[in-house]
Design a protein around this ligand. Structure first.
Ligand SMILES: [Zn+2]
Length: 137
């Protein structure tokens, strides 16, 4: 039996079903009613307003041929913001210096683009949060 691994998450894929690492699992059933905390800004969110944000959009993961269920629990504000970041910062084309033209990124490159953009967004929000906490004091 060979154990394949998801190239991005490192999760093992068993019989083509990915064993999702614990930290990426989204627990919906056990605490539906409790207030959630936004993974990015740390604010409390009503359960009905929570947005489950797929870090790699389903379509992109499918095109790249990977199982990638990493998701974040977000408040509506962070959800809107990350979507606009994805819209502005994830490019499907890259400039090839040698060829002096734009070429279409591969699905695997797109996965990296989304990951990098998500990480940059988290860092950005963290910095803003630290700054506003500083001002509150
Ligand atoms: Zn938030």
């Amino acid at each position: 039996m060979t154990v394949k691994r998801n190239a991005v998450t490192g999760a093992s894929i068993f019989l083509d079903r990915e064993i999702i690492p614990r930290q990426y699992r989204v627990h919906l059933e056990d605490d539906v009613m409790r207030e959630k905390i936004c993974d990015i800004c740390g604010h409390g969110v009503n359960p009905e307003d929570v947005v489950i944000h797929r870090i790699i959009p389903e379509e992109v993961a499918r095109q790249a041929g990977i199982f990638d269920f990493r998701a974040a629990t977000l408040c509506p504000d962070c959800s809107n913001e990350i979507h606009s970041w994805y819209g502005k910062r994830v490019y499907s084309m890259s400039y090839k210096n040698g060829a002096k033209r734009f070429i279409l990124r591969s699905p695997a490159q797109m996965v990296k683009e989304y990951e990098a953009t998500y990480r940059a967004f988290v860092e950005y929000k963290k910095r803003r949060r630290a700054k506003s906490q500083h001002l509150d004091r």
